[in-house]
Design a protein around this ligand. Structure first.
Ligand code: C2O
Ligand code: CU
Ligand code: CU
Length: 498
């Protein structure tokens, strides 16, 4: 069946390929203006599907972790100086060499290190001053994914830092505790720079107390997949896929074959899907339930009990696993599907005297009646595949502002993942500079673990989500698909907040 579809698609592609240059989504010829959709979509989708289905990436299995190496825990970045009200940090994008595999140096990129980055901690109420340095040989930007920050400091494609240059940004930290992250965002080059190692965690802390301890029972997991060549090098151009680059080697916090040693206690895992396109369905090998306590933008109203959790690129989830229920030596593993092991745990005998806790109800996040009654004022249509991905039939143009919105005013965005004749694919839709609330998905109230602040929402083909979106700051912000190759291919738009 699949073959027939491919063949049909291919013949169709041949027929329409004569006009394949003229359906560039941005320039429908004047007499087509009224029916741009019909004109443009069939060829673009078919071409996209050819690439998606025949490309090397899309069924690429990920190798299970054999648990040979204890998980690397990223260091916490030391401040240049800190008072109660201000904190100064320097963050330097660098080229380096990293021993990912025993005895082999791999060329990588990192922040303040050769690979990935440290955890940058900011406290609610502080003013942060960040000195951003580009020690790469190419331009980059520093984007603060999930942070509520003005457009100028947000680090989108407009705010390039040239090689050898630096720049300082300052902003007030206004949001509650959350696990955010930072990564580059240069136009058309985000996927490669992230692939090569540029990604770090950004923790927002607030006055809420908990008993978890970083590195001991509060553990970040930056989950990524990469392909290494025969010399164990990252060779992005060789493995790049226009529908999202997958890898066959799992890395968590940059560790291959990771395992985590834990005590018989509650452990808080802060998951980040830092992959270019791969989705993970997080679960335990024994089917046991775990709790999700936070989503992208911070703590949920109350913990959600789950046995499965989907994480698409750029999404975060904080989960708590209670290891006191398991036996020492029992084989407990975090999985990404029924078969693939992400992280085997080694359970130590030691049992702490008290239980780790976090005050459960912190955020009173709910959809207000007012928000429920707001009309849809922004419509976002996600379509296409490969190089023909588009938002509202357009591809990113740095000189075009697609939408405007008023600072501090909530608007309802309706985001639709338009399926194509061959199905389509999941698009994780992300908005900069805000944490939004999910009003509904396909008309239904979202599941409990999506009833919190989000900056990315995963949409299956055919899904339509309503989001309550408010920007606290002003400036130009991106919204885009977080499959990094889709973003680079132009599945991105701009909103100006005034
Ligand atoms: Cu992780 Cu444009 O964002
Ligand atoms: Cu972002
Ligand atoms: Cu996409």
């Amino acid at each position: 069946m699949k073959k027939i579809l491919i063949a049909t698609g291919f013949i169709f592609l041949l027929i329409v390929s004569g006009c394949s240059n003229s359906f560039a989504p941005m320039n429908p010829s004047p007499n087509n203006e009224e029916r741009p959709n019909e004109q443009m979509k069939p060829p673009s989708n078919n071409k996209g599907n050819q690439m998606g289905m025949m490309g090397h990436g899309h069924d690429l299995p990920l190798g299970s972790s054999a648990g040979k190496n204890e998980l690397n825990i990223p260091p916490i970045l030391e401040s240049d100086s800190e008072t109660k009200n201000d904190v100064h940090y320097t963050i330097d994008a660098q080229i380096g060499q990293t021993e990912i595999f025993d005895g082999v140096q791999t060329k990588t990129l990192g922040y303040n290190s050769s690979f990935l980055g440290p955890v940058v901690k900011l406290k609610k109420g502080q003013t942060a001053h960040l000195t951003l340095k580009n020690s790469l040989e190419e331009e980059t930007t520093f984007h603060w994914h999930g942070l509520i920050i003005d457009g100028e400091a947000d680090g989108g494609p407009h705010t390039v830092i040239e090689p050898g240059e630096e720049k300082e940004i300052s902003f007030d930290v206004k949001q509650d505790q959350a696990t955010l992250w930072f990564h580059p965002h240069p136009e058309g080059k985000t996927a490669k720079q992230v692939f090569d190692g540029l990604a770090g965690l950004l923790y927002i802390e607030d006055e809420l107390e908990d008993t978890y301890e970083y590195g001991k029972n509060d553990i970040p997991l930056i989950i990524q997949d990469r392909t290494f060549d025969d010399d164990k090098q990252l060779n992005y151009e060789a493995v790049k896929d226009p529908d999202g680059t997958m890898g066959e080697t799992l890395l968590i916090n940059g560790t291959v074959d990771p395992r985590l040693t834990v005590n018989k206690e509650k452990v808080r895992l802060r998951l980040l899907n830092g992959s270019n396109m791969r989705n993970y369905t997080i679960q335990l090998n024994n089917g046991e339930k775990f709790e999700q306590i936070a989503s992208d933008g911070g703590l949920l109203n109350e913990a959600a009990e789950l046995s499965e959790l989907q994480l698409t690129p750029s999404e975060r989830a904080e989960i708590v696993i209670d290891f006191s229920q398991f036996e020492t030596g029992e084989e407990i593993k975090l999985m990404m599907d029924d078969e693939t092991v992400l992280l085997p745990f080694k359970i130590k005998e030691e049992k702490p005297s008290s239980e780790n806790t976090i005050e459960p109800v912190k955020n009173e996040i709910e959809i207000t009646d007012e928000e429920l009654n707001l009309p849809v004022t922004k419509e976002i249509n996600l379509s296409g595949m490969g190089h023909h991905v588009a938002i509202n039939d357009k591809q990113y143009d740095k000189n075009r502002i697609d939408f405007t919105q008023k600072q501090g005013e909530t608007e309802v965005w309706e985001v639709y993942n338009e399926p194509d004749m061959m199905g389509g694919m999941i698009h994780p839709f992300h908005i900069h500079g805000t944490q939004f609330k999910v009003i509904s998905i396909n008309g239904e109230k979202p599941p409990k673990n999506l009833q919190g602040y989000k900056d990315t929402i995963s949409l299956d083909p055919g899904d339509k989500a309503k989001l309550a979106v408010k920007f606290e700051e002003k400036g130009i912000y991106m919204y885009h698909c977080h499959i990094l190759e889709h973003e680079d291919n132009g599945m991105m738009g701009q909103i100006e907040v005034e």
